[in-house]
Design a protein around this ligand. Structure first.
Ligand SMILES: Cc1cc2nc3c(=O)[nH]c(=O)nc-3n(C[C@H](O)[C@H](O)[C@H](O)COP(=O)(O)OP(=O)(O)OC[C@H]3O[C@@H](n4cnc5c(N)ncnc54)[C@H](O)[C@@H]3O)c2cc1C
Length: 354
């Protein structure tokens, strides 16, 4: 049984079913009711830890074949527009160099660029305050990211039910009072996971996405991210400009001001673009900004806490958890992202989290 019909739980169900398991997915609200229904479809391989580079690389390969693997009736519309990370200080630029060296060692085709090349890659980019950047030409966006969540969902046996307790022996109690018994239970309930597994350090952080109306003219290509300005922006395939405030905020006002000031500093061509649509969402954060994966009790596994990047890692996570549950095979990632790392001081901080 899988609890949670977000992209992570559904990918786990898909990979379990591929291995011959009979799987029910329980969700209190339905497919994509959590963060998976909000995320705008960004996928990248530019990471600063080996484990994330490998998970992202495998997941991008899966997503490239997703139309066939998931029998999709809608083209999810992947565009390898590229991600350009900007550094405004020598300290951040040095860290980018280390990250790119690691990525290249793992076969990821990213590279360091200077301000002049950054300006060529992003027409209109103001580089006066830019020290350099990291460019990943294979990173990109899905035009229809929800179609992937739905396609996973269409292949799963999804039932509506709120789980209120999971016992070590695989017994699951629902809010309705019913009890179910499973050989194995995988908890993939995102930010709500501590309600079922209170020992896990997952906390909520609200984030805001700002959208313009569709604009026919192409104003921004490719995606840019400034970790130091807590800002990312992209013009989507349908013409809408998406600007993300990457700071944790109480409300959208600070986020809107931050986006405006980043437009003024970096993308003057966007200063007059109105951003009337606001989409709030919640990140499920862990202390090292990495997901928590693997077995936590006798018949209970977890896959949660993806700290803002679970969509792009979901295919590899699904494969790894399914192998652990059904074949007792432990991928190396489980030795790094296990729940025990917090108590044992083995944190794996991801430096390229946004
Ligand atoms: C604004 C925003 C932008 C993002 N952008 C990106 C991006 O570009 N790329 C990327 O890779 N990631 C992105 N993310 C992160 C990504 O959306 C998440 O990491 C991912 O969707 C997590 O999936 P999940 O299945 O773990 O959790 P969720 O999608 O949150 O699913 C959890 C499910 O569990 C269910 N549930 C909870 N408690 C119970 C219970 N007790 N009983 C039954 N069901 C329960 C909920 O109803 C929900 O459907 C973004 C997130 C946000 C908020």
């Amino acid at each position: 049984m899988v609890v949670g019909a977000g992209v992570v739980g559904l990918s786990i169900a898909f990979h379990l079913a591929q291995r011959g398991a009979s799987v029910t997915v329980l969700d209190r609200a339905g497919i994509g009711a959590g963060a998976s229904g909000v995320q705008p479809g960004g996928v990248r391989q530019q990471w600063g830890t080996r484990v994330n580079c490998l998970l992202a690389r495998e997941s991008m390969r899966f997503y490239a074949d997703a139309p066939e693997l998931l029998s999709m009736r809608v083209d999810p519309g992947f565009r390898a527009c590229g991600y350009l990370f900007l550094a405004h200080s020598d300290r951040v630029f040095a860290r980018m160099r280390e990250n790119v060296a690691l990525q290249n060692e793992l076969g990821i085709r990213s590279r360091i660029v200077g301000p002049a090349e950054a300006a060529e890659l992003v027409p209109g980019l103001e580089v006066a305050g830019v020290v350099g950047g990291a460019w990943g030409p294979e990173d990109g966006y899905f035009d229809r990211p929800q179609s992937l969540v739905e396609a996973f969902g269409a292949l799963a046996d999804v039932q509506i039910g709120e789980v209120v307790e999971i016992r070590d022996d695989g017994a699951v109690r629902l809010a309705s009072g019913d009890e179910l018994q499973a050989d194995a239970v995988v908890v993939a309930t995102g930010v709500d996971t501590p309600a079922l597994l209170p020992e896990l350090p997952i906390s909520a952080q609200t984030r805001f996405l700002f959208f313009s109306e569709p604009i026919r003219e192409r104003l921004l290509e490719p995606l840019i991210v400034s970790p130091e300005r807590r800002f990312a922006a992209k013009q989507l395939g349908d013409g809408r400009v998406l600007a993300s405030d990457l700071g944790a905020r109480e409300n959208d006002e600070g986020g809107r001001a931050n986006v405006r000031s980043a437009f003024e500093e970096l993308l003057p061509q966007l200063v007059y673009v109105a951003l009337p649509a606001l989409v709030p969402g919640v990140y499920d954060m862990t202390p090292d900004h990495q997901g928590i994966l693997g077995r936590v009790r006798d018949r209970v596994w977890v896959a949660a806490g993806f700290s803002g990047h679970g969509f792009m890692l979901a295919p590899a996570v699904g494969r790894i958890i399914a192998e652990s549950v059904s074949e007792k095979r432990e991928d190396a990632a489980l030795g790094v992202l296990d729940a025990g790392r917090f108590a044992e001081g083995r944190l794996m901080p991801e430096p390229q989290v946004i």
